[in-house]
Design a protein around this ligand. Structure first.
Ligand code: DON
Length: 578
């Protein structure tokens, strides 16, 4: 009797508690799981795509599996990144593509933005002649004429194997129309930049979210899907003419920008001779102006080939000193001589000449840091927010593409084209607004990179393909402003001189010197304490930064397999291979 009473009463207590727990746990939000994930290091037999977002990497491998080549895949990835990686993937920006076909022929495509026709050299100076940095970094006046869509069309016309443009744009349309779930990083970036979006746009849909974005939220981009359909159906005319052009020009008028219909119609992507440079039994195929990347990388390789870095040891003070002193001289050359070669006679051959490079190092003291000129170097602000994006691809036939594209800073100018649904770049900041005055990345320029209508602003993007003994060996590149060049150099050296596998070479901590400011930037775990002390002792100043460029590399291994490596510095970096 007692027992029965006890049991019954216990039920009365247990049931309600149990039910409350059930109700509460049903109400509690389940931890979100994304229907995709990022893999940083993959070995595959046949083909590989490494880029900044798994959904874009999948768009690329899908195209490869449909019979597209590496160029087809690169186009599909570029359009997909414009949807799933809005802070840097783009149709409102520009970039560079380096191609090596399996027969060894190489090509380089410049789809960098151009200055609008009414741009002029003093457009970012106030009445006292001082540069107003905000004008070239945010808002409508900061925008260069976008090159991406013309670039993709040019790449398609010259190198497509699939010969089906629509199929290359389709994955991006699907992602924009159906929406995709945001990664944690993209959600938090969108939240961080909300105020800046509001400052430059009346309507920040679909990128604003009253409650704040969280990982797993669905981002649908209906306007962008419609723009992409115009591009799918009309090619570059779907962007540079008609409705999209009207949207861009109306947007310019709304915010005091200067891009006109004529500017859009006159945009041209250009095929260029890639820069080929030798380092021991390696050959780098890389980007000529309007990027400084290929010239600077080749100068660095040309200088460093003469020293035994492997013998000195990875990030030994001696090796760092040699690399930094080469970088100091090369970035000084960049400031003086590099600019758009369609407008300025960049002395590429002289800069790469081995006698010149030897002369450049003739005042190098192995025991002492050289002092950079006392010209004011300005601060180096960019290190915490690197949001250009790079893609490395190798297809099943051994064709390789290395492509870097950007809006410049996160979400570019922050201007969203009303009706068009995409961000516009703030690439005009890469011009030298005034001789000797640093841009966002602390880079200084001169006449060679002064603003002129129709000119392309100097870039540091360094998409690169490396051959070893004449065979495809490495495809690499990165976002990271001025640190891109030195990151490509170090990743290559990590593999070629220090024997690291691709994933270690990509993840290894890095350092950087760019002449001015006269400091070695070091990631937290780069260069150990003893070696840092030696460097201080011989006159170098070291400054810690959180992270630098975000590398994406593919290495062809001795057995012919492909090792794809995304960078742990970007949680969303992804390698997909098969
Ligand atoms: O072209 C350039 O060198 C710069 N606009 C790249 C900007 C960049 O890499 C930004 N962050 N990652």
């Amino acid at each position: 009797m007692f027992n029965k009473y006890y049991t019954n009463s216990k039920r009365w207590v247990v049931f309600p508690i149990f039910s409350i727990i059930l109700i509460l746990s049903a109400c509690r939000e389940k931890p979100v799981e994304l229907p995709y994930s990022s893999t940083k290091s993959v070995v595959a037999d046949s083909a590989m795509v490494v880029c900044a977002h798994p959904l874009a990497a999948k768009a690329g491998t899908e195209i490869l599996q449909k019979g597209g080549n590496a160029v087809d895949a690169a186009i599909a990835v570029q359009f997909a990144l414009a949807v799933v990686y809005p802070r840097a993937g783009n149709i409102g920006g520009g970039g560079f593509m380096v191609i090596r076909m399996d027969d060894g022929t190489a090509d380089a495509l410049d789809y960098r933005e151009m200055a609008p026709s009414s741009a002029h050299r003093d457009m970012y100076l106030d009445s006292l002649g001082n540069p107003v940095a905000e004008m070239s970094r945010e808002g409508h006046l900061a925008v260069g004429v976008p090159g991406t869509v013309a670039g993709m069309e040019a790449a398609f016309e010259k190198h497509s194997q699939l010969k089906d443009w629509k199929a290359l744009v389709e994955p991006a349309i699907r992602l924009a129309e159906e929406g995709f779930m945001l990664t944690e990083t993209e959600a938090s970036r969108l939240n961080d930049y909300r105020e800046a979006f509001e400052k430059h746009n009346e309507n920040i849909a679909p990128f604003g979210n009253e409650k704040g974005w969280k990982m797993g939220d669905l981002l649908k981009q209906t306007d962008l899907a419609a723009t992409l359909k115009l591009i799918r159906d009309n090619g570059s005319k779907g962007f540079y003419e008609g409705k999209t052009a009207d949207f861009i020009v109306d947007e310019m008028k709304r915010g005091g920008g200067i891009i006109s219909h004529e500017d859009l119609k006159n945009y041209v992507a250009k095929w260029r001779q890639p820069i080929l440079s030798e380092y021991k039994n390696y050959r780098a195929i890389t980007m000529p102006p309007s990027s400084s990347g290929g010239v600077a990388l080749s100068q660095l390789l040309g200088i460093l080939e003469n020293y035994d870095l492997a013998e000195m040891g990875f990030q030994s003070a001696e090796a760092v000193h040699h690399i930094v002193e080469a970088e100091r001289r090369v970035y000084a050359d960049r400031a003086e001589y590099l600019g758009d070669s369609d407008f300025y006679p960049v002395p590429i051959d002289s800069l790469l000449d081995s006698t010149y490079l030897a002369y450049r190092m003739s005042d190098f003291d192995p025991q002492k840091a050289t002092v950079s000129d006392s010209i004011e170097g300005g601060s180096f602000q960019g290190v915490e927010s690197f949001e250009t994006t790079h893609t490395s691809i190798v297809d099943g036939n051994g064709n390789a593409v290395s492509v870097t594209t950007t809006l410049n800073l996160n979400y570019g100018s922050k201007v969203i084209v009303e009706g068009g649904g995409f961000f516009l770049n703030d690439e005009m900041d890469d011009f030298s607004a005034k001789p000797g005055v640093p841009n966002f990345f602390g880079l200084i320029g001169n006449e060679a990179n002064a603003i002129q209508p129709g000119k392309r602003m100097l870039s540091s993007m360094t998409p690169t393909i490396v051959e070893k003994d004449g065979e495809l060996y490495l495809v690499l590149g990165a976002p990271g402003g001025s640190t891109i060049i030195t990151a490509v150099l170090q990743t290559f050296l990590n593999i070629a001189e220090f024997g690291m596998p691709a994933d270690e070479a990509v993840a290894a901590p890095r350092f950087h010197h760019q002449w001015l400011p006269d400091k070695i930037m070091v990631e937290p775990t780069a260069i150990d304490t003893t070696q840092r002390e030696i460097l201080w002792g011989i006159g170098h100043e070291l400054r810690g930064v959180n992270r630098m460029a975000v590398m994406k590399a593919i290495q062809v291994m001795p057995d012919g397999k492909l090792h794809g490596a995304g960078d742990p510095r970007n949680p969303d970096d992804d390698a997909e291979g098969y």
